[in-house]
Design a protein around this ligand. Structure first.
Ligand code: ATP
Ligand code: MG
Ligand code: FE
Length: 344
């Protein structure tokens, strides 16, 4: 099936068009620049930017695909989780297209779309897989028995998301927002074992209760204390060493717990998604540890890892292919939504 997907859960306005697992269009407009001076995504600013970007982004997608909405079989849209006001812009646009052109509408789970997008690069996910989702708003380990009907959450962060930790630490180090790519770059010149930063929730006492959960706020505080201590002592901070040591701490815990989850659930394929999946050290370490455990790793290219419309269309195509019923035209936005709720 040919499916048009719309994504507006955070600060990217995305429109994608796919035919099965083939990507025909991948148009994205981001309002990230408008959030820089606030050091984080401002919901009101994001919503207004989605309104302004929606029609031009749709038109760009039609141009890329060489088809338009009349030629698609279905309209898919992210309707949660995410920022309510932002989600509503995408949902309203999708409903308008569905009604005007008499197409079925599918309200889809954003997190599951982050996994489904891998089908556009590496082919159909036809077996049970685990997924590590790491972005500015999410840090989750998912068990995917069936991408359209059976997804469970094994673990998640109990405080900051991984990307949020990158952004906060970058700020402490005087690096621009969003900080993840800057830490990634600066850390290449540093020594990841220079400073022993804490690995949250890995101590024996947490092993049972928080087996697959993450915590990054203690790590962020440890970096802050380190910076303050050095400054108080009149020493200059080695930004590269701090960045590399922080990054190693995050990546160590992410990969360790994810590989453990794969082993415990007898899963031999791992998909990694979300903006932080662009991180060089994460890609390297997850590959190393997965190789050692005999697990195949699938990481889509960075432009598919960050929020986009093609990921929504990819999940939509799978849902349509399976003949799953469409969503009601009363579809609303659901800001917090469990991963088990895949199609509204
Ligand atoms: P959501 O959480 O809803 O998916 P988001 O906009 O926060 O939305 P993305 O756009 O997928 O998520 O990812 C942005 C995050 O990824 C930011 O926190 C950014 O710092 C982080 N990031 C991007 N590139 C890198 C990198 N190379 N290394 C580490 N973090 C990165
Ligand atoms: Mg974003
Ligand atoms: Fe996302």
């Amino acid at each position: 099936p040919v499916v048009l997907g719309i994504e507006t859960s955070c600060d990217e306005t995305g429109v994608g068009i796919v035919r099965g697992t083939e990507m025909l269009a991948h148009a994205v407009a981001s309002s990230v620049d408008e959030h820089v001076r606030f050091g984080g995504v401002v919901p009101e600013v994001a919503s207004r930017a989605h309104l302004e970007a929606m029609v031009p982004t749709l038109e760009l997608a039609y141009e890329q695909a060489g088809i338009d909405v009349r030629d698609v079989d279905a309209i898919a849209v992210t309707n949660g989780p995410g920022l309510t006001g932002a989600l509503l812009v995408g949902v309203a646009a999708a409903k308008a297209l569905a009604v005007a052109h008499d197409k079925p509408l599918y309200g889809l789970n954003h997190l599951v779309s982050h996994v489904a997008v891998d089908q556009l690069q590496h082919g159909r996910l036809d077996r049970r897989v685990a997924a590590l989702l790491v972005s500015g708003g999410h840090t989750e380990i998912l068990l995917v028995d069936d991408i359209t009907s059976d997804v469970t959450m094994l673990g998640s962060t109990i405080d900051d998301a991984a990307g949020e930790a990158f952004d906060k630490v970058a700020r402490l180090l005087g690096l621009p927002y969003p900080g993840g790519p800057h830490i990634d770059r600066v850390a290449r010149e540093g020594d990841g074992s220079a400073i022993a930063f804490p690995r949250g929730l890995t101590a024996a006492k947490d092993a049972q209760r928080y087996r697959y959960d993450f915590s990054f706020s203690g790590l962020k505080s440890a970096v802050s204390r380190h910076v303050q201590r050095e400054q108080a002592a009149g020493r200059s901070i080695d930004v590269a060493d701090v960045a590399a040591s922080f990054q190693d701490a995050v990546v160590d815990v992410l990969t360790r717990k994810t590989i453990q989850a794969c082993r415990d659930h007898d899963v031999d394929t791992l998909v990694v998604g979300g903006g932080v999946a662009a991180n060089g050290r994460l890609r390297e370490m997850v590959q190393q540890r997965a190789d050692a455990a005999g697990i195949e790793v699938r990481i889509p290219r960075p432009s598919l890892c960050t929020d986009n419309g093609a990921m929504v269309a990819a999940l939509g195509a799978e849902v349509v292919r399976r003949g799953i019923g469409s969503s009601s035209l009363d579809l609303g936005a659901v800001s917090s939504r469990p991963v088990s709720d895949i199609v509204a």
